[in-house]
Design a protein around this ligand. Sequence first.
Ligand SMILES: O=C(O)CCC(=O)C(=O)O
Ligand SMILES: [Fe+2]
Length: 194
Amino acid sequence: MKIEFIDLPNAEIVYYKDFLSVKEASDYFSVFKDTVLWRQDDIKLFGKTYAQPRLTALYGDEGQRYSYSSLTMEAMPFTSEISALKRNVERITKTSFNSVLLNFYRDGKDSNGWHSDDEKELGKNPIIASVSLGAKRMFQLKNKGDGTLRRSIALEHGSLLVMKGKTQHFWKHQIPKTKKIVAPRINLTFRVIH
Ligand SMILES: O=C(O)CCC(=O)C(=O)O
Ligand SMILES: [Fe+2]
């Protein structure tokens, strides 16, 4: 498998473009699209309420919950397909994950704004393993200290992006909206909730 180390200061980011075969990735995409219990939550930002610009779902070990943007999600039990993909991610990352946040970007209008995955329950130096299925979307990184320091990675169907070490302390990331006509995309971010 081709491994690309993303060379940025104070970051540990590795990109596996061909983590899954096209066939495996397409099969997972169909299963998750149809069987995941997708929801669209409201989030509060600066006192205003917005519908999140994408659908999400949280799966995990029994009793796991995850809070971000004034929202708390209770994990649903892993399905057999999510567990199968999780084992594959764990084999590559040599990490045991107990939860996964899924994002469904229905089209180019769906997005995920600038943020770091730095919630307390993820621990000091979180490892986040992010699998992409479906349409290729841009994943942008921006340095917190010097906002001109940026990098974009086109996340391919069947790819795996791993962020660890100090990455979340020094960098924000986002999936911007795009005016190009794009098909749906599903993303799974495997996490360790402490
Ligand atoms: O969709 C993606 O690739 C990124 C998702 C993300 O950053 C998150 O769920 O925290
Ligand atoms: Fe994130």
